[in-house]
Structures are given as structure tokens and as C-alpha cells.
Design a protein. Structure first.
Length: 212
């Protein structure tokens, strides 16, 4: 475990990079006072389907003012996205070794309704840490301007918008994926992809993904 803490933006079933950093740092701080940004991992994850990568997006309530703090951002249920995403996940990972084992552990995230995106993501994070046996401490920030002492600021580092890898210590470790023969290895998908394909070996892969 690294001596430094890490500051991250909240994430919906975050990518492998996100959790590889989390296993290496304690404490972990999640930013609650930043403004919501579109097309980030805050409300989306990427899995691998039969036709390639698929983005699963949690719709949010959009007001006239787009500068909504992440802690105040509400989830929209105008469409039945939970049922749709659950079916998409099952279709994508039906032949994976560990889908049946983990599906019951996460199914309530596609049944119960949460009001706020941050609360939803934190509940998911708690479950992922339980499944991966990650025991580090998690805190919410108290102020956007002040990065906690002795803490790496990764709020914008882990993002689908970053086409060039800016975390030079992260190196995706290849593992067998459901559609590897069709697409080859697709790096840095949602933690769900790693869990369904590697199960108990997931933690080791996360740990090996950070070089220092």
C-alpha cells in the first residue's frame, strides 16, 4: 500500500485504472464539490459486447444551470435504464466464468432506485471493495480548492476523454476476455469486465497494473 492518499472523481463501476490506483493508496478521497461533467466515468462505464465496447450511461436530471455540484446531481428514471443495462451486461458476459457468481452481488444496483448519483456510486464502490477485499479508508472532500495533504490529485487523470495515457505508472495487464479472439485484448474497461472474467484473480491484476 502506498503511503500517499489519492483524490478521485466519483465513478460508475469505474475502469480498471481507477481501481488499480485505489488498491495502491490509502486513504481514498472522492470529490463531492466539483461540477458535473458530461462524457466522463462519473455516470458511465464501458463494457465489452459482441460488437465491441459498449457505454452504459446513468441518465441524470438536467436543470437549466449545468453547473450542478456532483453531490447534488440527481439520477433520472424517465426511461428504464436499469433493466436495459442489466440485460446488456448479461448478454455481454453470459459465457464469462464468473458472471453467475457476481451477478447476484450487484443485481440490486439495477433494481433499487437511488436519488443522487454520488450516493449510488458510493454504494457501488463499497460493494466492489467488498468483493475485491479492498480495505482502505474512503472519505468525501470538504472543499474543492484544498487537496488533502500528502494526497495525489487524480480528479481529471482517469477519464475517457484522455486519449493519451497521462498516468505513466499505469500499465494495463492483459487478461482473457469473453471476446478476446474477436477483438484482441481491450484495456481499461469497467471493473465489471475484470470481475466477470477473472473473479478472485482480479485483485492481483489490479495490483500489478501500477508499476510503482
Amino acid at each position: 500500500m502506498a503511503k500517499k492518499g489519492i483524490l478521485l472523481s466519483t465513478s460508475y463501476f469505474g475502469p480498471v485504472h481507477f481501481y488499480s490506483r485505489i488498491v495502491k493508496h490509502s486513504p481514498v478521497f472522492f470529490e463531492q464539490f466539483e461540477h458535473f461533467k458530461k462524457q466522463t466515468y462519473r455516470n458511465r462505464c464501458v463494457i465489452l459486447g459482441a460488437n465491441g465496447p459498449v457505454s452504459l450511461i446513468v441518465p441524470v436530471v438536467k436543470g437549466r444551470e449545468q453547473k450542478t455540484l456532483i453531490k447534488d446531481l440527481k439520477i433520472s428514471y424517465d426511461v428504464d435504464w436499469q433493466r436495459n443495462q442489466r440485460q446488456t451486461i448479461i448478454s455481454a458476459y453470459n459465457s464469462s466464468p464468473y458472471l453467475e457468481y457476481y451477478l447476484d452481488e450487484i443485481k440490486h444496483f439495477f433494481e433499487k432506485k437511488w436519488d443522487f448519483l454520488l450516493d449510488f456510486n458510493l454504494s457501488i464502490h463499497d460493494k466492489i471493495c467488498e468483493l475485491l477485499e479492498i480495505g482502505n479508508r474512503v472519505f468525501l472532500t470538504e472543499d474543492f480548492e484544498n487537496v488533502p495533504k500528502n494526497t495525489l490529485n487524480f480528479r481529471e487523470t482517469i477519464s475517457p476523454k484522455n486519449k493519451k495515457q497521462t498516468d505513466l505508472n499505469f500499465q494495463a495487464i492483459e487478461y482473457t476476455q469473453v471476446f478476446s479472439e474477436k477483438f484482441g485484448f481491450t484495456p481499461n474497461l469497467s471493473i465489471l469486465d475484470l470481475l466477470f472474467n477473472e473473479g478472485p484473480n482480479s485483485y492481483t491484476i489490479l495490483e500489478r497494473s501500477i508499476k510503482h
